[in-house]
Design a protein around this ligand. Structure first.
Ligand code: ZN
Length: 203
């Protein structure tokens, strides 16, 4: 399976400003080895002094598709989740400055936290789901899928132009404002519509 991540998919500004969105979503991939095994602690890697959390709503693809139109995208997923796109920000910044790819900063071991999955039918409107990240039991990020610049179905349409989607692929749909640094002994947990879907201890 592959993990397809979307960058810059939220604006701090209200919906009326959505017309200023960039012309295309930012897309990158994490390898499947980036998945943090369930119930395993996250170990801060030695190559970075600045690991950031990014809480994101996840979508699990249920069947093969390419060139999917956004009108039919809903047929390609049944499950919604929540996770963290861990990012070595210092490394990402230096790679960006050199115009180099981000993979080392985004695809390292443990950099993809994938929480429990919920049926999409749990939610009456997929474009109005609240989610949040808590660090040491204090809210550090809060978002709502209604504030996405590209909604889930639009993202599936967009990315499937470039990458054939396969059963089990996971899309990270981008993070809202409030990203920040973690340190050893921090404890992160994520909630989707008030329901806790993951806990991660930092080592
Ligand atoms: Zn992200």
């Amino acid at each position: 399976m592959k993990i397809i991540c979307i960058g810059r998919n939220y604006t701090d500004h209200i919906k009326e400003l959505n017309n200023q969105r960039p012309s295309d979503p930012v897309v990158f991939i994490k390898p499947d080895s980036a998945i943090l095994p369930k119930d395993q602690d996250f170990y801060l890697p030695e190559f970075s002094k600045e690991i950031h959390y990014e809480v994101e709503v996840l979508v699990k693809i249920k069947k093969v598709g390419k060139h999917i139109s956004s009108k039919f995208a809903h047929n390609y997923y049944d499950e919604i989740g929540l996770g963290i796109d861990f990012t070595a920000r210092d490394l990402q910044t230096s790679l960006k400055e050199k115009g180099l790819p981000w993979e080392k900063a985004k695809g390292f071991d443990g950099a993809a936290v994938i929480g429990e999955w919920r049926s999409k039918s749990t939610y009456s409107d997929l474009n109005d789901i609240d989610f949040s990240l808590h660090k040491n039991d204090k809210v550090v990020q809060k978002g709502n899928t209604g504030l996405m610049l590209w909604k889930i179905d639009e993202l599936i349409a967009y990315v499937s132009q470039y990458f054939m989607l396969k059963k089990g692929d996971v899309i990270f749909t981008g993070t809202p404002a409030g990203v920040g640094k973690i340190q050893a002994n921090d404890y992160l947990s994520g909630e989707l519509e008030g329901e806790r879907l993951f806990n991660v201890k930092i080592r």
